[in-house]
Design a protein around this ligand. Sequence first.
Ligand code: URA
Length: 209
Amino acid sequence: MSKVYVFDHPLIQHKLTYIRDKHTGTKEFRELVEEVATLMAFEITRDLPLQEVEIETPVSKAKAKVIAGKKLGIIPILRAGIGMVDGILKLIPAAKVGHIGLYRDPETLKPVEYYVKLPTDVEERDFIVVDPMLATGGSAAEAIHALKKRGAKNIKFMCLIAAPEGVEAVQQAHPDVDIYIAALDEKLNDHGYIVPGLGDAGDRLFGTK
Ligand code: URA
């Protein structure tokens, strides 16, 4: 079974409180989501492999470490996932960004792909799929499936807030995909919103209703 990591660093928790607050406006909400994504990217890249290089400091020759050229891809699930991308790219500027768009089939209520655009070398990259909210887990599981069926092997899923139902659904569907979250909330309500959550992440990011 995959692992679930809760990044409860004080800075993340502090910023998340203002993200949740309904009085926080679009501009600040967007900035805070980006900042939390940066902080989470710092933690999620903890296992990146390093390699030794030789450099010269002003004082002497030295052996030092740099990241071993790992190829990474960030995959936001449209549309709210877009709000996390720039924050991650601040720390991993060379990462490629793909996009996955899903809609809910009105009859089956299952998520269906309507847009998938990925880096060409999918088999060689490690991927971080991002979406601020992990609610039922349907979209996350389908997005991961869309990536796997195109050849991706190593995938992590990162979100701000998860419901227990969503975590379980992704773990069941993809036991090889670790999940990284800033907060695990109580439950889903009858409308599929996470409680207490933050409302509709897409609407709050883009100022729509
Ligand atoms: N998507 C959201 O934006 N918010 C929720 O609470 C659940 C899904």
